[in-house]
Design a protein around this ligand. Sequence first.
Ligand code: ATP
Ligand code: MG
Length: 572
Amino acid sequence: MRWSHYFIPTLKESPADAEILSHKLLLRAGLVRKLTGGLYTFLPLGLRVLRKIENIIREEMNRAGAIEVLMPALQPTDIWRQSGRYETASDVLYKAKDRSNKEWILSPTAEEVITTLAAGEIGSYRQMPVNFYQVSVKFRDELRPRFGLMRAKEFIMKDAYSFDSSDEGAMGSYQRMYDAYTRIFNRCGLRNFPVEADTGVIGGNLSHEFMVPAETGENDVVYCESGHYAANIEKATSGIPKTAAREIGAGIEKFATPGVVTIEALSKPPFSVPANRQIKTLVYIADSQPVLVLVRGDDQLNETKFMARIGAAAVRPATPEECVAALGARPGSLGAVVNVPATVKILADERLRGANDMTTGANEDGFHLRNVSIERDIKVTEWFDLRTVTKGEPCAKCGQPLKMQRAIEVGHVFKLGTKYSEKLHACFLDADGKSKPCVMGCYGIGVTRTLQAVIEQCNDKDGIVWPLAVSPYAVCITPLAVAKDSPVMQLAEKIYAELTAAGVEVILDDRDDRPGVKFKDADLVGFPLRVGIGEKSLANGEVELKPRGGAVQLVKAEEAVAQVRAFLAGKQ
Ligand code: ATP
Ligand code: MG
């Protein structure tokens, strides 16, 4: 490719609204342009990178035995109603109406469509295992589209769906995808690691996310350095001890706490109740019903864990007025001991199990209760792990202090079980002649997010430093004189032709521009190797080879092609 005939609109300055480094570099290197928030056009170089990542994904999916299909992006609503996700996923669904006012859904994912396909096509255990995948555009009405391609309204996802006749079979399919994901992200040049993950609105019972460590990531990952454990904070647990039981004091005692409405205020004199002897009572409205959630005063509720446990379609914190209506008091004096209607569910964090000598709100503004023994005095409906793990807590497996890391989620594997196959009637006849629902798994990779994650991880002060496998071109030839008959340009053309003939992806910067501009652009775009040809070195019969991020090397002009090929072979 000749630079002058191509379209690489590099920018000196970052556009003001580019928030993170990779977003700035995407724009500055001329890979994408923004149409509007969350929507981007891929320019030629960006598209080349995208195709390379897609190819790696396709190769590894095919190698793992998955079969490529392509499903419609426009989906009927009835299958979403059947799966229950018309309601539970409604906040991210883009809906469109046709001329007859019928509603459609723009695909955010495709469990419903693939399960409908399976319902029609899979009839016997002999047809499984089977795993279908596609690489296609997805749409999500994100609350906060941001960071360029990281969280977009429209993005490219590889989604795969496995169907098995048994649970063990489904585990095998899951493992094959897990292994393929590790290979895919490694081949993209990404440092990445899998973590245990919440299964969220999609359902299912086993899940891992593939994370790329980055300060700009939107996930917190908890991990043990010994390699025993890594989990998304939304799922993470630790070996932190439960609340120690004490000698039980007198019975419950009510005391006045005028104006004291926080854990912290109550921990100070004159009350001096340490936060770890307080019960924090939170009120949520789940599908229109108030629910109480109890965690220890020094702990934070993890909303994702809570949402997963409560299993309601719509959950939100209660307003102060709703707290008064449910319990008779405002936040700051709430508790679960007295005045709790029998219909109100009480969920409590495991760390409180067995705790006594606790203090909590009296459900009367300006009053608290002390000497509360949680199992004696509170009718807990269900106990769950609901607290958020913090840095330094002991690993549940080995006791070492846990670490925390920000990370970008690039892929996600789920074991779904039979949730979708039951609802959408994807059943088969087993060897014993019985009809059973297919056991499913689903597996997503954010292709466009992965592209940006590579930039977020692979860059320096001058621009992007592409790993060879996903670089838009492997080599950039930079002649410093571009007149057709100049010896410099003639050599550049010769090397360009020979490398191209050898199958090397090479771009010839034939622009009539200052050397500084051309070098800066080549560094900004991040080609792994630049071949610099200038009059001075050519007078000695030499050209420059400059690996991106490495030092210049002078090589004999007639050896340049062989040296370039050797360099690239060493990188593969
Ligand atoms: P997130 O938690 O970041 O919102 P998710 O868990 O909802 O993502 P999945 O349903 O697991 O996403 O989708 C599979 C993959 O698609 C994700 O791992 C991620 O890489 C990518 N992805 C999801 N939402 C977006 C988005 N809005 N823009 C770009 N990529 C996305
Ligand atoms: Mg996910």
